[in-house]
Write a protein that binds this ligand. Structure first.
Ligand code: PMP
Length: 413
Protein backbone atom coordinates (compact mmCIF):
# COMPACT_ATOMS: atom_id res chain seq x y z
CA UNK A 1 0.00 0.00 0.00
CA UNK A 2 1.34 3.46 -0.85
CA UNK A 3 0.80 6.19 1.71
CA UNK A 4 1.25 9.90 1.31
CA UNK A 5 1.26 11.66 4.68
CA UNK A 6 0.96 15.37 5.29
CA UNK A 7 2.46 16.56 8.55
CA UNK A 8 2.03 20.04 9.96
CA UNK A 9 4.90 20.57 12.41
CA UNK A 10 4.36 21.61 16.00
CA UNK A 11 6.62 24.19 17.70
CA UNK A 12 10.26 23.22 17.97
CA UNK A 13 10.42 20.53 15.29
CA UNK A 14 10.04 22.26 11.95
CA UNK A 15 8.89 25.84 12.00
CA UNK A 16 5.42 26.00 13.58
CA UNK A 17 2.80 25.59 10.90
CA UNK A 18 5.29 24.29 8.33
CA UNK A 19 4.28 21.16 6.47
CA UNK A 20 6.11 18.16 5.15
CA UNK A 21 5.02 15.36 2.88
CA UNK A 22 6.17 11.83 3.53
CA UNK A 23 5.69 9.01 1.10
CA UNK A 24 6.06 5.38 2.13
CA UNK A 25 5.08 1.91 1.11
CA UNK A 26 3.55 -0.27 3.82
CA UNK A 27 2.17 -3.77 3.83
CA UNK A 28 -0.86 -3.71 6.10
CA UNK A 29 -3.33 -1.64 8.11
CA UNK A 30 -1.47 -2.04 11.42
CA UNK A 31 1.50 -0.26 9.90
CA UNK A 32 -0.81 2.53 8.71
CA UNK A 33 -2.01 2.92 12.34
CA UNK A 34 1.59 2.95 13.53
CA UNK A 35 2.42 5.68 11.04
CA UNK A 36 -0.49 7.76 12.26
CA UNK A 37 0.68 7.45 15.88
CA UNK A 38 4.24 8.40 15.04
CA UNK A 39 3.09 11.33 12.96
CA UNK A 40 1.13 12.55 15.93
CA UNK A 41 4.34 12.55 17.97
CA UNK A 42 6.16 14.62 15.37
CA UNK A 43 3.48 17.03 14.43
CA UNK A 44 0.44 18.75 15.80
CA UNK A 45 -1.59 17.61 12.87
CA UNK A 46 -1.25 14.70 10.52
CA UNK A 47 -3.32 13.49 7.65
CA UNK A 48 -3.09 10.48 5.45
CA UNK A 49 -3.87 12.17 2.18
CA UNK A 50 -3.44 9.27 -0.14
CA UNK A 51 -3.76 5.52 0.30
CA UNK A 52 -2.94 2.97 -2.34
CA UNK A 53 -2.26 5.60 -4.96
CA UNK A 54 -5.82 6.95 -4.75
CA UNK A 55 -6.04 10.69 -4.66
CA UNK A 56 -8.72 13.29 -3.99
CA UNK A 57 -10.22 13.73 -7.43
CA UNK A 58 -12.06 17.06 -7.69
CA UNK A 59 -13.27 16.33 -11.23
CA UNK A 60 -16.58 17.85 -12.35
CA UNK A 61 -17.49 14.56 -14.01
CA UNK A 62 -16.94 11.73 -14.43
CA UNK A 63 -16.05 11.95 -10.78
CA UNK A 64 -15.25 10.05 -7.61
CA UNK A 65 -17.45 7.11 -6.67
CA UNK A 66 -17.79 5.92 -3.06
CA UNK A 67 -14.88 3.61 -2.25
CA UNK A 68 -17.10 0.84 -0.77
CA UNK A 69 -18.95 0.76 -4.10
CA UNK A 70 -15.73 0.43 -6.10
CA UNK A 71 -14.64 -2.42 -3.84
CA UNK A 72 -17.99 -4.14 -4.26
CA UNK A 73 -17.70 -3.82 -8.05
CA UNK A 74 -14.23 -5.37 -7.80
CA UNK A 75 -15.51 -8.22 -5.63
CA UNK A 76 -18.42 -8.99 -7.95
CA UNK A 77 -16.66 -8.36 -11.22
CA UNK A 78 -15.97 -11.99 -12.13
CA UNK A 79 -19.17 -13.49 -10.78
CA UNK A 80 -22.15 -11.22 -10.35
CA UNK A 81 -25.05 -12.41 -8.18
CA UNK A 82 -23.99 -16.07 -8.42
CA UNK A 83 -24.50 -16.02 -12.19
CA UNK A 84 -20.97 -17.24 -12.91
CA UNK A 85 -20.36 -14.24 -15.15
CA UNK A 86 -19.47 -10.60 -14.92
CA UNK A 87 -22.19 -7.97 -15.12
CA UNK A 88 -20.13 -6.72 -18.08
CA UNK A 89 -20.90 -9.95 -19.92
CA UNK A 90 -24.49 -10.40 -18.89
CA UNK A 91 -27.59 -10.34 -21.08
CA UNK A 92 -29.93 -7.50 -20.21
CA UNK A 93 -32.76 -10.02 -20.65
CA UNK A 94 -31.45 -12.37 -17.94
CA UNK A 95 -33.12 -12.91 -14.57
CA UNK A 96 -30.10 -11.61 -12.66
CA UNK A 97 -30.03 -8.42 -14.73
CA UNK A 98 -33.78 -7.99 -14.42
CA UNK A 99 -33.33 -7.85 -10.64
CA UNK A 100 -30.52 -5.33 -11.04
CA UNK A 101 -32.45 -2.85 -13.21
CA UNK A 102 -35.65 -3.20 -11.17
CA UNK A 103 -33.81 -2.72 -7.88
CA UNK A 104 -31.97 0.29 -9.32
CA UNK A 105 -35.29 1.90 -10.31
CA UNK A 106 -36.92 0.99 -6.97
CA UNK A 107 -33.96 2.44 -5.09
CA UNK A 108 -34.26 5.70 -7.05
CA UNK A 109 -37.95 5.83 -6.15
CA UNK A 110 -37.30 5.14 -2.47
CA UNK A 111 -34.35 7.42 -1.99
CA UNK A 112 -35.90 10.39 -3.81
CA UNK A 113 -39.46 9.67 -2.51
CA UNK A 114 -40.69 9.63 -6.11
CA UNK A 115 -44.50 9.78 -6.10
CA UNK A 116 -46.45 6.88 -7.69
CA UNK A 117 -47.53 8.95 -10.68
CA UNK A 118 -43.96 9.28 -11.94
CA UNK A 119 -41.91 6.89 -14.08
CA UNK A 120 -38.20 6.26 -13.61
CA UNK A 121 -36.38 5.73 -16.92
CA UNK A 122 -32.78 4.79 -17.71
CA UNK A 123 -31.91 6.19 -21.14
CA UNK A 124 -28.91 6.73 -23.41
CA UNK A 125 -27.22 9.87 -24.62
CA UNK A 126 -26.30 11.76 -21.45
CA UNK A 127 -27.93 15.00 -20.40
CA UNK A 128 -27.15 16.40 -23.85
CA UNK A 129 -29.45 13.78 -25.37
CA UNK A 130 -32.23 15.13 -23.16
CA UNK A 131 -31.66 18.64 -24.53
CA UNK A 132 -33.30 17.21 -27.68
CA UNK A 133 -35.55 14.56 -26.11
CA UNK A 134 -37.34 17.04 -23.83
CA UNK A 135 -38.71 19.25 -26.64
CA UNK A 136 -39.44 16.16 -28.76
CA UNK A 137 -41.52 14.54 -26.00
CA UNK A 138 -43.06 17.54 -24.27
CA UNK A 139 -43.12 20.34 -26.83
CA UNK A 140 -46.12 19.17 -28.82
CA UNK A 141 -49.08 21.12 -27.43
CA UNK A 142 -48.30 24.75 -28.31
CA UNK A 143 -44.86 23.94 -29.72
CA UNK A 144 -43.30 26.54 -27.41
CA UNK A 145 -41.30 26.44 -24.19
CA UNK A 146 -39.60 28.84 -21.76
CA UNK A 147 -35.91 28.44 -20.96
CA UNK A 148 -34.13 30.02 -18.01
CA UNK A 149 -30.49 30.50 -18.96
CA UNK A 150 -28.24 30.35 -15.91
CA UNK A 151 -25.05 29.03 -17.51
CA UNK A 152 -23.51 27.03 -20.30
CA UNK A 153 -25.68 23.91 -20.14
CA UNK A 154 -29.03 25.69 -19.96
CA UNK A 155 -27.81 27.74 -22.94
CA UNK A 156 -27.00 24.48 -24.74
CA UNK A 157 -30.41 23.04 -23.89
CA UNK A 158 -32.11 26.15 -25.28
CA UNK A 159 -30.09 26.08 -28.49
CA UNK A 160 -30.98 22.42 -29.08
CA UNK A 161 -34.68 23.01 -28.33
CA UNK A 162 -34.84 25.70 -31.01
CA UNK A 163 -34.33 22.97 -33.62
CA UNK A 164 -37.55 21.23 -32.62
CA UNK A 165 -39.91 23.85 -31.25
CA UNK A 166 -41.92 26.54 -33.01
CA UNK A 167 -40.53 28.89 -30.36
CA UNK A 168 -38.02 28.36 -27.54
CA UNK A 169 -38.16 31.57 -25.51
CA UNK A 170 -35.58 32.88 -23.05
CA UNK A 171 -37.60 33.50 -19.91
CA UNK A 172 -34.59 35.00 -18.11
CA UNK A 173 -30.81 34.96 -18.34
CA UNK A 174 -28.03 35.84 -15.93
CA UNK A 175 -25.48 36.18 -18.73
CA UNK A 176 -25.06 39.92 -18.08
CA UNK A 177 -23.42 39.26 -14.72
CA UNK A 178 -21.33 36.37 -16.01
CA UNK A 179 -23.82 33.78 -14.69
CA UNK A 180 -22.91 34.55 -11.09
CA UNK A 181 -26.52 34.42 -9.92
CA UNK A 182 -29.63 32.34 -10.46
CA UNK A 183 -32.48 34.38 -11.96
CA UNK A 184 -35.08 35.15 -9.28
CA UNK A 185 -38.77 34.39 -9.64
CA UNK A 186 -39.50 38.08 -10.40
CA UNK A 187 -36.99 38.02 -13.27
CA UNK A 188 -38.81 35.18 -15.05
CA UNK A 189 -41.00 36.19 -17.99
CA UNK A 190 -43.11 33.03 -18.21
CA UNK A 191 -45.83 32.41 -20.73
CA UNK A 192 -48.95 30.41 -19.72
CA UNK A 193 -49.05 28.75 -23.16
CA UNK A 194 -45.56 27.21 -22.78
CA UNK A 195 -45.46 23.41 -22.97
CA UNK A 196 -42.82 23.44 -20.22
CA UNK A 197 -40.29 25.61 -18.39
CA UNK A 198 -36.69 24.38 -18.46
CA UNK A 199 -34.07 25.13 -15.79
CA UNK A 200 -30.60 23.83 -14.94
CA UNK A 201 -30.68 23.15 -11.20
CA UNK A 202 -26.94 23.25 -10.50
CA UNK A 203 -24.57 25.03 -12.85
CA UNK A 204 -21.50 22.84 -12.90
CA UNK A 205 -19.23 25.38 -14.60
CA UNK A 206 -20.31 28.59 -12.86
CA UNK A 207 -20.86 27.10 -9.39
CA UNK A 208 -24.44 28.23 -8.79
CA UNK A 209 -27.58 26.38 -7.74
CA UNK A 210 -31.30 27.07 -7.32
CA UNK A 211 -32.33 27.77 -3.76
CA UNK A 212 -36.04 28.01 -4.66
CA UNK A 213 -38.43 26.10 -6.89
CA UNK A 214 -39.77 28.45 -9.59
CA UNK A 215 -43.55 28.91 -9.60
CA UNK A 216 -44.77 28.15 -13.10
CA UNK A 217 -48.57 28.31 -12.62
CA UNK A 218 -49.22 24.74 -13.69
CA UNK A 219 -46.76 24.66 -16.61
CA UNK A 220 -44.54 21.56 -16.11
CA UNK A 221 -41.12 22.41 -14.72
CA UNK A 222 -38.25 20.45 -16.29
CA UNK A 223 -34.92 20.42 -14.42
CA UNK A 224 -31.47 19.28 -15.52
CA UNK A 225 -30.09 18.00 -12.20
CA UNK A 226 -26.96 16.37 -13.65
CA UNK A 227 -24.57 17.88 -11.13
CA UNK A 228 -26.73 17.82 -8.01
CA UNK A 229 -28.81 14.65 -8.31
CA UNK A 230 -29.16 12.91 -4.93
CA UNK A 231 -26.96 15.46 -3.16
CA UNK A 232 -29.96 16.50 -1.03
CA UNK A 233 -33.71 15.84 -0.96
CA UNK A 234 -35.88 17.54 -3.59
CA UNK A 235 -39.67 17.58 -3.76
CA UNK A 236 -40.14 15.59 -6.98
CA UNK A 237 -43.86 16.46 -7.09
CA UNK A 238 -42.94 20.06 -7.98
CA UNK A 239 -41.37 18.93 -11.28
CA UNK A 240 -42.74 17.54 -14.53
CA UNK A 241 -39.37 16.01 -15.45
CA UNK A 242 -36.07 15.66 -13.62
CA UNK A 243 -33.15 14.37 -15.66
CA UNK A 244 -29.46 13.82 -14.99
CA UNK A 245 -26.38 12.45 -16.67
CA UNK A 246 -25.27 10.01 -13.97
CA UNK A 247 -21.51 10.52 -14.22
CA UNK A 248 -21.17 12.96 -11.33
CA UNK A 249 -23.02 11.55 -8.38
CA UNK A 250 -24.32 8.15 -9.36
CA UNK A 251 -22.31 6.00 -11.77
CA UNK A 252 -19.87 5.99 -14.67
CA UNK A 253 -20.84 7.86 -17.85
CA UNK A 254 -23.22 6.48 -20.45
CA UNK A 255 -26.59 6.70 -18.75
CA UNK A 256 -29.25 9.35 -18.21
CA UNK A 257 -31.68 9.08 -15.32
CA UNK A 258 -35.11 10.49 -16.23
CA UNK A 259 -37.97 10.90 -13.78
CA UNK A 260 -41.12 11.92 -15.63
CA UNK A 261 -44.69 12.58 -14.50
CA UNK A 262 -47.03 10.04 -16.06
CA UNK A 263 -49.54 12.47 -17.57
CA UNK A 264 -46.72 14.02 -19.63
CA UNK A 265 -46.13 10.74 -21.40
CA UNK A 266 -49.73 9.53 -21.47
CA UNK A 267 -51.43 12.71 -22.61
CA UNK A 268 -48.77 14.07 -24.94
CA UNK A 269 -47.72 12.52 -28.20
CA UNK A 270 -43.98 12.72 -28.90
CA UNK A 271 -42.97 14.35 -32.20
CA UNK A 272 -42.90 11.78 -35.04
CA UNK A 273 -39.20 12.55 -35.57
CA UNK A 274 -38.37 11.38 -32.00
CA UNK A 275 -35.88 8.46 -32.06
CA UNK A 276 -37.67 5.58 -30.39
CA UNK A 277 -34.89 5.18 -27.82
CA UNK A 278 -35.78 8.69 -26.57
CA UNK A 279 -39.54 8.27 -26.76
CA UNK A 280 -40.53 8.44 -23.09
CA UNK A 281 -43.78 6.54 -23.53
CA UNK A 282 -42.20 3.70 -25.51
CA UNK A 283 -39.32 3.41 -23.06
CA UNK A 284 -41.69 3.46 -20.06
CA UNK A 285 -43.73 0.66 -21.69
CA UNK A 286 -40.56 -1.40 -22.17
CA UNK A 287 -39.10 -0.81 -18.69
CA UNK A 288 -36.20 1.18 -20.30
CA UNK A 289 -35.23 -1.88 -22.34
CA UNK A 290 -36.45 -0.96 -25.78
CA UNK A 291 -32.92 -1.78 -26.87
CA UNK A 292 -29.84 -2.85 -24.91
CA UNK A 293 -29.61 -0.35 -22.05
CA UNK A 294 -26.28 0.88 -20.58
CA UNK A 295 -26.11 -2.19 -18.35
CA UNK A 296 -22.98 -1.40 -16.35
CA UNK A 297 -23.88 2.19 -15.31
CA UNK A 298 -27.36 0.96 -14.29
CA UNK A 299 -25.72 -1.72 -12.13
CA UNK A 300 -23.55 0.97 -10.51
CA UNK A 301 -26.64 3.15 -9.88
CA UNK A 302 -28.03 0.18 -7.96
CA UNK A 303 -24.87 -0.14 -5.87
CA UNK A 304 -24.55 3.61 -5.23
CA UNK A 305 -28.20 3.96 -4.21
CA UNK A 306 -27.87 0.88 -1.93
CA UNK A 307 -24.89 2.63 -0.38
CA UNK A 308 -26.68 5.99 -0.04
CA UNK A 309 -29.56 4.29 1.74
CA UNK A 310 -27.16 2.56 4.13
CA UNK A 311 -25.64 5.96 4.84
CA UNK A 312 -29.01 7.42 5.85
CA UNK A 313 -30.42 8.61 2.51
CA UNK A 314 -30.60 12.10 1.11
CA UNK A 315 -31.08 13.92 4.44
CA UNK A 316 -27.76 12.45 5.57
CA UNK A 317 -26.20 13.42 2.22
CA UNK A 318 -27.48 16.97 2.57
CA UNK A 319 -25.98 17.21 6.07
CA UNK A 320 -22.60 16.01 4.84
CA UNK A 321 -22.65 18.14 1.72
CA UNK A 322 -23.67 21.27 3.65
CA UNK A 323 -20.85 20.63 6.09
CA UNK A 324 -18.25 20.12 3.34
CA UNK A 325 -19.36 23.14 1.31
CA UNK A 326 -19.51 25.31 4.45
CA UNK A 327 -15.92 24.43 5.33
CA UNK A 328 -14.75 25.63 1.93
CA UNK A 329 -16.96 28.73 1.66
CA UNK A 330 -16.22 29.76 5.27
CA UNK A 331 -12.54 29.60 4.46
CA UNK A 332 -13.06 31.58 1.22
CA UNK A 333 -15.04 34.22 3.14
CA UNK A 334 -12.40 34.50 5.87
CA UNK A 335 -9.52 35.72 3.70
CA UNK A 336 -8.84 37.79 0.60
CA UNK A 337 -6.16 35.82 -1.27
CA UNK A 338 -8.83 33.81 -3.10
CA UNK A 339 -12.05 35.26 -4.46
CA UNK A 340 -15.32 33.70 -5.49
CA UNK A 341 -17.64 35.74 -7.68
CA UNK A 342 -20.77 33.68 -7.05
CA UNK A 343 -23.74 35.38 -5.39
CA UNK A 344 -23.83 34.06 -1.81
CA UNK A 345 -27.44 32.85 -1.84
CA UNK A 346 -26.87 30.88 -5.04
CA UNK A 347 -23.68 29.06 -4.14
CA UNK A 348 -23.46 25.47 -5.34
CA UNK A 349 -22.77 22.77 -2.75
CA UNK A 350 -21.25 20.58 -5.44
CA UNK A 351 -19.01 22.83 -7.55
CA UNK A 352 -17.05 25.51 -5.73
CA UNK A 353 -15.33 28.04 -8.03
CA UNK A 354 -12.60 30.41 -6.88
CA UNK A 355 -9.54 32.22 -8.18
CA UNK A 356 -6.49 34.11 -7.01
CA UNK A 357 -5.60 37.66 -8.06
CA UNK A 358 -3.81 36.55 -11.24
CA UNK A 359 -3.96 33.87 -13.90
CA UNK A 360 -0.30 33.16 -13.27
CA UNK A 361 -0.97 32.30 -9.62
CA UNK A 362 -3.99 30.23 -10.65
CA UNK A 363 -1.73 28.23 -12.96
CA UNK A 364 0.82 27.76 -10.19
CA UNK A 365 -1.89 26.62 -7.78
CA UNK A 366 -3.17 24.04 -10.28
CA UNK A 367 0.38 22.92 -11.10
CA UNK A 368 1.01 22.18 -7.41
CA UNK A 369 -2.05 19.96 -6.92
CA UNK A 370 -0.52 16.60 -7.85
CA UNK A 371 2.19 16.85 -5.19
CA UNK A 372 -0.55 17.19 -2.57
CA UNK A 373 -2.54 14.22 -3.82
CA UNK A 374 -5.25 16.15 -5.73
CA UNK A 375 -6.41 16.28 -9.32
CA UNK A 376 -8.80 18.20 -11.58
CA UNK A 377 -8.82 21.50 -9.68
CA UNK A 378 -8.47 23.58 -12.85
CA UNK A 379 -11.56 25.69 -13.53
CA UNK A 380 -13.56 25.25 -16.74
CA UNK A 381 -12.06 27.18 -19.65
CA UNK A 382 -15.14 29.45 -19.82
CA UNK A 383 -14.48 30.72 -16.30
CA UNK A 384 -10.78 30.13 -15.60
CA UNK A 385 -9.46 29.98 -12.04
CA UNK A 386 -10.13 26.88 -10.00
CA UNK A 387 -13.08 24.60 -9.38
CA UNK A 388 -13.41 21.99 -6.67
CA UNK A 389 -16.21 19.54 -7.41
CA UNK A 390 -17.18 17.98 -4.11
CA UNK A 391 -19.92 15.51 -4.94
CA UNK A 392 -21.32 12.93 -2.49
CA UNK A 393 -18.28 10.64 -2.75
CA UNK A 394 -15.74 13.34 -1.82
CA UNK A 395 -14.97 12.81 1.87
CA UNK A 396 -14.79 15.73 4.30
CA UNK A 397 -11.08 14.89 4.69
CA UNK A 398 -10.59 15.73 1.00
CA UNK A 399 -12.07 19.20 1.51
CA UNK A 400 -9.99 19.73 4.66
CA UNK A 401 -6.86 18.69 2.80
CA UNK A 402 -7.71 21.12 -0.02
CA UNK A 403 -8.16 23.98 2.46
CA UNK A 404 -4.79 23.02 3.97
CA UNK A 405 -3.21 23.39 0.53
CA UNK A 406 -5.00 26.68 -0.10
CA UNK A 407 -3.70 28.07 3.20
CA UNK A 408 -0.14 26.92 2.54
CA UNK A 409 -0.22 28.31 -1.01
CA UNK A 410 -1.59 31.68 0.18
CA UNK A 411 1.04 31.88 2.94
CA UNK A 412 3.82 31.15 0.45
CA UNK A 413 2.74 33.88 -2.03
N1 PMP B 1 -25.95 19.52 -17.74
C1 PMP B 1 -25.09 19.74 -16.74
C2 PMP B 1 -25.54 20.53 -15.55
C3 PMP B 1 -23.80 19.24 -16.81
O1 PMP B 1 -22.92 19.45 -15.82
C4 PMP B 1 -23.41 18.47 -17.94
C5 PMP B 1 -22.04 17.84 -18.09
N2 PMP B 1 -21.04 18.29 -17.36
C6 PMP B 1 -24.33 18.30 -18.96
C7 PMP B 1 -25.59 18.83 -18.83
C8 PMP B 1 -23.98 17.51 -20.18
O2 PMP B 1 -24.02 16.19 -19.79
P1 PMP B 1 -23.62 14.97 -20.71
O3 PMP B 1 -22.15 15.03 -20.88
O4 PMP B 1 -24.09 13.80 -19.89
O5 PMP B 1 -24.35 15.09 -21.99
Amino acid sequence: MNLLLLIRFADGIGGPGETALLQMTVSDDRIVDGCRKNCRKWGEEEKIIMIDGRIYNFSAGPSMLPEPVLLRIRDELLNCGGSGMSVLEMSHRSKVYDDIINTAADNVRKIMSVPDNYRVLFLHGGATGMFAAIPMNLGTVSGTADYVISGNFSGGAHKEAKKYLREARVAATSEADGFTHIPRQEELALSPEADYVHVCWNNTIFGTKYSYVPETSGVPLVADMSSSIMSEPVDVSKFGVIYAGVQKNLAPAGLTLVIVREDLIEEREAMPVTPKIWNFRMEADKNSMLNTPPTFPIYVVKLVTDYLMEQGGLEAMRKRNVEKAKLLYDYLDSQDFYKTAVNKEDRSMMNVVFRTASEELDREFVAGQAARGFSNLKGHRLVGGMRASIYNAMPKEGVEALIGYMKDFAAAH
